[in-house]
Design a protein around this ligand. Sequence first.
Ligand SMILES: *Cc1c(COP(=O)(O)O)cnc(C)c1O
Length: 222
Amino acid sequence: MEHTTSTERLQGVRNAVARACREAGRKAEDVTLVAVSKTFPAEEMTPVLEAGQRVFGENRVQEAQAKWPALKAQWPDVELHLIGPLQSNKAREAVELFDVIHTVDRPKIAAALAVEMARQGRHPKLFVQVNTGVEPQKAGILPQDADAFIAECRERHGLTIAGLMCIPPVEAVPDPHFALLEKIAARNGLHELSMGMSADFPAAIRQGATLVRVGSAIFGHR
Ligand SMILES: *Cc1c(COP(=O)(O)O)cnc(C)c1O
């Protein structure tokens, strides 16, 4: 790690994604690599953009607002993903800036997003975050409440939900969490799964991830 560059690490992650897809009998193009750039400054994005990476994840609306508009002016096909918790008073900015929001997890956020999407005529792709480990400090709808919440997003707020997202507990073996997310998605007719980070994205791909969110394995330690 120490003597490699972000572009070398990016290539390593791309190779590992391709290998995991091959081993799982899946097509490489069915898995999107989201490069998680939170905490890293704008200038560190340049080599990775020049290496062709276009999909980036940020966990804070304000940090993304400071970092990305200038980069998007230079690379207009950048796709920005919000992967951190969203406050309803930031819904306007989130809908303005992000192409995909992974963290829809409560009625108040669903309502605020619906209002903003109608107002702006902009429709980011939405994922419902599920707290698969039922961790009190973690965002996400509880697994037992997920079906009702997805239905509420669709029927009450008119939202199109693309898929589900989870962050397994840090110390846990992630596979059962990925399997649970896949099961909840399947029974709700959802086809996209945002799961897998630097430590566990090959396992997530084996379990059906369509987006993997990889930060430190590309940009280095935060
Ligand atoms: C930071 C973060 C990641 C990336 O984590 P790494 O371990 O650095 O790959 C993925 N998902 C979410 C929600 C994050 O906040």
